[in-house]
Design a binder for this molecule. Structure first.
Ligand SMILES: [Zn+2]
Ligand SMILES: [Zn+2]
Length: 206
């Protein structure tokens, strides 16, 4: 399927403004709200899977174009330049603003995918970013904590076959790899316990 005219024009314009050769745009669609994309420098392509929200499609294409304009420098020593770091977002937010997204929409859509983008947006002075970041931190603080719960109390492991797998006969947990080797070697039975995340308990409303 070929890319829509607006998308091809956008690629041409952004690359002409930056003075770089444009990628080949590969276009797919998906039936979800959000779009996804990837910029493949070695292949010379940007692939977009366009969802149904037109603003989100536009942001996704601009996001991949920002990658296209900000190639990662070669690794220097042990430190790696982050894929979605400050330099990337400086370019990305400028493109969003210049090519039809309000700061509010850009912040919202970008943060839906990469929450860490808000931190960079604040540093770059994007209007409204600090309020969104504060709101997000407040939400994380207020979220009920999940707790570990014991599903099967501590017991000696008894290995048995279950089809392709070796499981503990008591709790049916699969035992694999280094753990399995260790348990087979052990002279005395190894004990373990099966834990699970307990979902936060909602208050019953009567
Ligand atoms: Zn990205
Ligand atoms: Zn067990």
């Amino acid at each position: 399927m070929s890319a829509p005219a607006w998308a091809l024009e956008l690629v041409e314009r952004v690359c002409a403004d930056a003075g770089v050769a444009p990628p080949r745009l590969v276009w797919r669609t998906r039936r979800t709200e959000h779009s996804t994309g990837v910029a493949r420098r070695h292949a010379g392509t940007i692939v977009v899977r366009a969802g149904v929200d037109p603003l989100d499609v536009r942001l996704t294409l601009l996001h991949e174009l920002a990658h296209w304009l900000t190639p990662l420098p070669a690794r220097r020593g042990r430190r790696r330049t982050p894929h979605h770091g400050r330099d990337f977002y400086r370019v990305a937010y400028a493109l969003y603003r210049r090519h039809g997204l309000t700061d509010a929409d850009a912040l919202r859509l970008e943060a839906a995918r990469y929450p860490s983008s808000l931190r960079h947006a604040v540093a770059l002075g994007i209007a409204g970013a600090d309020a969104l970041l504060a709101e997000r931190r407040e939400r994380l603080r207020a979220r009920p904590r999940r707790r570990w719960r014991i599903l099967v109390p501590e017991h000696p492991v008894r290995l048995e076959r279950d089809g392709r797998w070796t499981v503990c006969a008591v709790c049916r947990q699969r035992v694999v790899g280094a753990n399995l080797a260790r348990m087979r070697r052990a002279r005395r039975p190894i004990h373990h316990v099966l834990m699970t995340w307990a979902e936060p308990v909602e208050e019953a409303s009567a």
